[in-house]
Design a protein around this ligand. Sequence first.
Ligand code: PLP
Length: 369
Amino acid sequence: MSEIVKLAPSYIRSIAPYVGGKPISDLAREMGLDPNQIVKLASNENPLGVSPNAHMAMMDAIDDIARYPDGNSVELRQAVSEKFKVAPEQLVFGNGSNDILELAARAFLAPNDEVVYSQHAFAVYGLVTQAMGAKGVTVKARNFAHDLDAMLAAVTSKTRMIFVANPNNPTGTLLGKVELKSFIANTPKHVLFVLDEAYDEYLSDQDKAESISWLSEFDNLIISRTFSKAYGLAGLRVGFGLTSVAIADLMNRVRQPFNVNSIAQAAAVASLADDEFVERTRALNNAGMLQITQGLKELGLEYIPSYANFVSFKVPDAAGVNQRLLAQGIIVRPIANYEMLEYLRVSIGLLSENTKFLAALKNAIANPV
Ligand SMILES: *Cc1c(COP(=O)(O)O)cnc(C)c1O
């Protein structure tokens, strides 16, 4: 190890970098493929793109790009406050909701604090925990879902934070709302409860937890939402946290003054006003989920029933199948780093993309090397 590296704390040196979906341009270069022929179903992006309203707002915002953004996201704050019926002071805006997760960690975690999250839960929880020198406590999942009793049992006097993704990525599992609410109620008050609802917009009305209404009961609750998934703004980086006024104040102190760019703010405001686009997104996702799960069944493959815009399925030689999908221009996500060695995760795409994926998968399974 070089001397300079040793200057970083050991907890930083031992961080394993986040592995994202392979960019289309990388695969095109590696395989000599036409980028337009590549189907990327690897990062749970919205196959419909963005709301036309958001597109127009972005074009308008470009004209003002020489100016710094509004550091308090006042217009966006007002729009979110009205839509979700919370006080503007209860909101924190972030460069994607990953930023919100990190701000929560930065505001509350110190070295040697403990943070509880589930096996197979979103990788960023471990990353932000480790970056603070805190200790991640991974609780074994039950049937791929969060085991709430075991998570509660893992809480000690040193625990400062719990992360729960609902639905979870990469498993797509959903906790029942009654169960989830009683878990939060039973969480000791010295523990911050971070509830990551990146996929909330994909849930049916009856499945939605309506967790925002719980904020008045639990002052240790932080809910994170994003514009990256159903709103289709993954490339812009904008998300937000909803919490108590006191927590929002602390999180705002540790963020960069201009962490949400002006184009993102404008697009987010316009997106929030376009319910029809989100509705269309959900309808397409429901149809695509049916198409893909039906296709997986026909191929005799097991999958984990999912409440989000992706599904993880079990396939013999997942790494080899992934390679043979790539060779056919199809990008999905291997999830070996989530302790799911035999699984691949596919995002729900356009119906035509799903068809190409299923045909390529059939081919990849039938022709092992
Ligand atoms: C995709 C995802 C996010 C969103 O990340 P952004 O930073 O908002 O793009 C957050 N949590 C989970 C579980 C996710 O899968």
